[in-house]
Ligand binder design. Structure first.
Ligand code: C2E
Ligand code: MG
Ligand code: MG
Length: 719
């Protein structure tokens, strides 16, 4: 360290004799050129220091305006970086000691000073001050560094009292370093164990007592000065002095609330349904297992209710996913409101919910709860200006009667739910062992279906469509028939859903379309008059990637005029993915294939939306036609649909016309065509060919005869 030369000395001394003595010593040969300024009091000294650079101060501690330590403090305050040598009397040894502690670097006893001692004292004072300054700078740099890091740092001395807090530590503990300094660390850094809230702050003492460094990343909580609890990770390590002895401890800690919140949120989202916030399948399984384990001990039963909404798909397809999602949320809310705190409502996915009743005392309670849920779901849901109505079907299984483990209970509740649907929806069905037989039956049907194509068990029947003005047969709808070698004739309503679930509908639909086109072409070739042949297309076929290619290929292969082909699609299939529907229908229309909306009126679509698609025919669903006679007040609906369809330039066909009254009504309201048992059931191809040959419905023949070809609408009056 280079020593600074002393050139400017300030002597503060009221005793003129003493001052002269010192000046003389400094003037002696051998001492360097020192420029001495003498002032007699503290005020003058302060004034001088404020205006002049000074290398060292020699200060008498018995000044008229500043005595003892006060003189030292004022000297330090006036020139904090200037070395200070104090002058005391012979008997002032203890004052000298205090002066050194208060910041003086050296002291001289007045009566014992000689020139050499004075010069040496001056030199030592300068050296000591330089060293002190360097140390201070080093310490400040260290503190600045500690204040820059993101972790909190708190140090103690060897007795466990706080000696330092960095800025982060100040913020997290709520203590300023100044306030905390000297207090026991346990008081400032109150860390407790997360789970038990027990104190864990003896760590510092453990480390100071020469224990090992401790890291405790587990869930510790820091209790801030104002009582706020902050999750932290902390570690404590000993501080050693140069001899290797423990001189204190340093605790490093950090706020982990953000990380912990994220971890909690991740656990939550792994176990909950994103849309409704309800527990998901995984959490339900856990809870179900838990409930099963506890039930025997509490002598309680556990019930699993499997809910599947009726008609949700229609709403989702026709009004869009956004509304469908809100409806699911609304239903979730209502189900939760039905159950007790110990029960769990879970969303299985799609429109399925499962409710776990974990402490059932009497089986009757399950039925009561199920009825409450049926009612809650069925109440109108008002969503985005729509009054939506859905119902639900519930299947229930009970532990221990219907299964001893979670899987069996879930499976059996699911099976019971299917039965509830078949019972007519909006009902609750308890599981019965016989139902398992049904589930197995479904499985076996799927297996039979797989082989039905190659075994040529399918055939097509055709049902005529009649022009209500002329009685002429305009065409026919191809309807599949399956004759199973053992079961006999199986209805489409029984096997089409199984074929759709299993994907088998794709090869089956392909066969139907090819067979219908081949047959139609054969009839045309035979000279029979056939305007159109209608083929039912299921949603899965329509959405298949190569659907259009398949249709085009079959038309080419069978050489049927595309204008003779009419594809029947239900409105919910059309409404799903409206944009791609429009594109597909556009391509069909471009080559002349017609499109009919089947079962119109059973979905949620509106005519105005449907009318945006290139559609040719509207088939009013049988259920509406049936209402013509059963609830006459609703006839206006049918009349309105006929009118609206025609306004949109669509041909309107009534499905399922069975009686004369129905027919009369349809004719009176200018419905274009009708199809139904009144005219003919679906018949095998040979029989259908016979009808085509006559070209006219035999049922209408007598009527035509009576009116001699007059429009049937007028004939109506005579019926
Ligand atoms: P859909 O397309 O609405 O066909 C009309 C259904 O009503 C046919 O039942 C028909 O036999 C029946 N029906 C016709 N007139 C009357 C009547 O006056 N009274 C009554 N009660 N019923 C009448 P089917 O043949 O049992 O077919 C049922 C459904 O199965 C069809 O409804 C259609 O959705 C589907 N389906 C039939 N064949 C095929 C097919 O080849 N492919 C596809 N994807 N679905 C088909
Ligand atoms: Mg149809
Ligand atoms: Mg139909």
């Amino acid at each position: 360290m280079s020593r600074k030369p002393i050139t400017r000395l300030l002597l503060v001394e009221d005793n003129a004799g003493d001052a002269r003595l010192i000046r003389e010593m400094l003037d002696e040969p051998g001492s360097r050129q020192i420029e001495l300024t003498h002032v007699p009091c503290m005020r003058d000294a302060e004034r001088h220091l404020a205006q002049h650079a000074t290398d060292i101060i020699v200060l008498d501690l018995g000044l008229p305006d500043a005595q003892g330590l006060e003189a030292v403090q004022r000297g330090r305050a006036a020139a904090p970086r200037t070395p200070l040598v104090v002058l005391t009397g012979l008997d002032d040894e203890s004052l000298a000691e205090l002066a050194l502690q208060a910041g003086a670097q050296e002291h001289l006893i007045k009566d014992q000073i000689d020139a050499r001692a004075l010069l040496r004292a001056l030199r030592y004072a300068v050296e000591r001050k330089t060293m002190e300054e360097a140390l201070l700078a080093e310490k400040e740099r260290a503190q600045a560094t500690l204040n820059c890091i993101g972790d909190a740092v708190a140090c103690t001395d060897s007795s466990g009292n706080v000696s330092f807090l960095n800025l982060v530590a100040e913020r997290l503990t709520g203590w300023s370093w100044r306030e905390a300094a000297g207090r026991p660390m346990v008081e400032v850094l109150r860390i407790v164990k997360g789970a038990s809230r027990e104190g864990s702050s003896s760590q510092v003492e453990g480390v100071i007592g020469d224990g090992p460094a401790l890291a405790s990343p587990s869930n510790h909580i820091l209790v801030r000065r104002d009582g706020v609890q902050i999750p932290v990770e902390d570690s404590v390590a000993p501080i050693h002095d140069r001899e290797g002895l423990t001189d204190g401890a340093v605790t490093v800690f950090r706020d982990v609330s953000a990380g912990r919140a994220k971890a909690l949120q991740m656990t939550h989202s792994a176990e909950h349904d994103f849309l409704t916030g309800l527990p998901n399948r995984m959490l339900l399984n856990d809870r179900l297992r838990h409930a099963i384990a506890l039930a025997p001990r509490h002598r309680k039963q556990v019930a699993v209710l499997f809910l599947d909404l009726d008609g949700f798909k229609h709403i989702n397809d026709s009004l869009g996913h956004a509304i469908g999602d809100k409806l699911l949320q609304s239903i979730a809310g209502r189900l939760v409101a039905c159950v007790r705190g110990a029960d769990t409502v879970c969303r299985q996915g799609g429109d399925e919910f499962v409710v776990l009743l974990s402490e059932v005392e009497r089986p009757e309670d399950i039925a009561v709860m199920a009825r409450r849920m049926l009612k809650a779901v069925a109440k109108a849901h008002f969503i985005d200006q729509h009054d939506l109505h859905v119902t639900t079907s519930i299947g229930a299984s009970v532990f221990p009667d219907d299964g001893l483990d979670a899987e069996t209970l879930m499976k059996n509740a699911d099976t019971a739910m299917y039965q509830a649907k078949e019972n007519g929806r909006e009902s609750c069905q308890f599981f019965r062992p016989a139902m398992n037989a049904r589930a197995e039956e479904r499985q076996s049907m799927e297996e039979s279906l797989r082989r039905a194509l190659e075994r040529h068990e399918f055939e097509l029947h055709y049902q005529p469509k009649i022009d209500l003005r002329t009685g002429e047969i305009t065409g026919g709808e191809a309807l599949i028939r399956w004759t199973h070698p053992l079961r006999g004739l199986v209805a489409p309503s029984q096997f089409i859903p199984v074929a759709e679930d299993s994907g088998l509908i794709l090869p089956i639909g392909d066969w139907v379309l090819r067979e219908a086109c081949r047959q139609a072409r054969a009839w045309v070739d035979a000279g029979l008059r056939l305007t159109t042949i209608a083929v039912n297309i299921s949603g899965m076929e329509f959405r298949a990637e190569r659907f259009l290619e398949g249709v085009f290929a079959i038309l080419e292969e069978t050489r049927l005029d595309p204008r003779c082909l009419q594809l029947e699609l239900t409105e919910s299939v059309l409404m799903r993915h409206a944009a791609s529907t429009e594109a597909i229908l556009g391509k069909l229309r471009a080559i002349g294939v017609q499109v009919a909306v089947d079962d119109f009126g059973t979905g949620y679509s509106s005519l105005s939306v449907l009318s945006q698609f290139p559609i040719d025919v509207l088939k009013i669903d049988q259920s509406f036609v049936r209402q013509i006679t059963t609830s006459p007040d609703r006839t206006t609906i049918v009349a309105a649909v006929i009118g609206m369809g025609q306004n949109l330039n669509l041909r309107v066909i009534a499905e399922g016309a069975e009686t004369e009254e129905e027919l009369a009504f349809l004719q009176a309201h200018h419905c274009d065509e009708a199809q139904g048992h009144y005219f003919s059931r679906p018949v095998p191809p040979r029989e259908f060919a016979r009808m085509l040959r006559s070209g006219i419905s035999e049922r209408l023949l007598p009527l035509r005869g009576q009116i001699g070809g007059a429009p049937l609408v007028e004939l109506q009056l005579d019926i």
